[in-house]
Design a protein around this ligand. Structure first.
Ligand code: ADP
Ligand code: MG
Length: 320
């Protein structure tokens, strides 16, 4: 297939929306931002064997590439609208592209997201997506809003994707349920929209709870204590990782969860539980924001837990 044929295939299948004045086909897209809304924009790249095992099914790659970008919009409490897709492909494989679009467009349709443009090049498999969404003026949820005394919440369960990846790295079989969580993360859009006006600060968990919550603490000028016994744990993770300390390491530093971590006043706990139940999402209080800096992790016995590695870093400091 030629580059033109690939793009044409994408254009034929891409959805549209009334606010897309001009989509795929010209030199640039023309988009109409609703009155009174702020435009929220985020970009994320996925590279084979860095962000997903190279043997991942094309449909799962398509889903995940979009999901991690929508997760960033969710973390800002933005309603997704448009995405651009820059694809680098080792070869012009129409079957691979169709399967990729199956996963990508399935998730896009769930959130009424239109694919409005992109770029197609030859190179190692890599997908860069730029996602655009809306939030009422000045209502975006930031990392900097956490207040001393806030509850610290997370949606869903933690550590599943990291558990699957750990099994894969060992060369063993990956549990199908853990693999599903790795390949098909759920961007917590509905939960995020329901938290507008309630949550004080939010972030999505891509690099691991300790690293990502750390950004919230730093930008908010606060600290936190986390109760490891309260970390929400799926049954498959508990079954495959019986050792509590190994499991905590996955949940704290494994990454790839794409759950939301947010803080809110304890008085709003009931409202949050109801809001989450209304959008079929679980959310759990795992600790509390403190005025003094630092993150303290408590084991079930109330002793400090020390993490060897805080989270994923593409450019870790070299040993001296
Ligand atoms: P140009 O050379 O002007 O950048 P391109 O040939 O790269 O034009 O793109 C032509 C049109 O196809 C543009 O509207 C562009 O946004 C769209 N397009 C190219 N690649 C993709 C892609 N992977 N996904 C969606 N739209 C794409
Ligand atoms: Mg181009």
């Amino acid at each position: 297939m030629s580059e033109f044929a690939l793009i044409d295939r994408i254009r034929q299948r891409a959805g549209t929306r009334a606010d897309v004045i001009l989509g795929i086909g010209d030199d640039a897209a023309v988009l109409r931002v609703p009155e009174g809304q702020d435009l929220v924009v985020s970009t994320d790249t996925l590279i084979a064997d860095v962000h997903f095992p190279a043997d991942t099914a094309a449909a799962d790659v398509g889903w995940k590439a979009l999901a991690v970008n929508l997760s960033d919009l969710a973390a800002m409490a933005a309603q997704p609208a448009w995405v651009a897709l820059a694809l680098s492909l080792p070869e012009a494989d129409g079957d691979w592209l169709d399967a990729f679009l199956d996963g990508f467009l399935e998730l896009a349709a769930q959130h009424d997201v239109a694919l409005i443009g992109g770029d197609t090049t030859r190179g190692p498999l890599s997908i860069t997506i730029t996602a655009h969404g809306f939030v009422a003026r000045d209502a975006a949820l930031r990392r900097s809003g956490a207040k001393a005394g806030d509850d610290v919440w997370v949606t869903g369960t933690l550590g599943d994707a990291a558990g699957g990846l750990a099994q894969w790295r060992r060369g063993g079989l990956m549990s199908a349920k853990l693999r599903h969580r790795l390949d098909r993360p759920t961007p917590r859009i509905d939960a995020a929209l329901a938290l507008r006006g309630i949550a004080h600060a939010a972030i999505d968990l891509s690099d691991g709870l300790v690293a990502d919550l750390g950004h919230v603490l730093e930008q908010s000028g606060v600290g936190a204590e986390i109760d490891l016994g309260r970390l929400p744990t799926s049954r498959p993770l508990a079954e495959h990782f019986a050792d509590e300390h190994e499991r905590w390491r996955l949940q704290l530093a494994g990454g790839d969860d794409y759950e939301l971590c947010f803080t809110a006043a304890p008085a709003d706990a009931f409202a949050i539980e109801q809001a989450m139940a209304a959008c079929d999402t679980t959310a759990t209080v795992i600790g509390r924001i403190r005025a003094d800096a630092g993150l303290q992790l408590f084991t079930l016995e109330g002793t400090d837990f020390v993490l060897p590695v805080a989270g994923f870093d593409h450019f870790p400091a070299k040993d001296a």
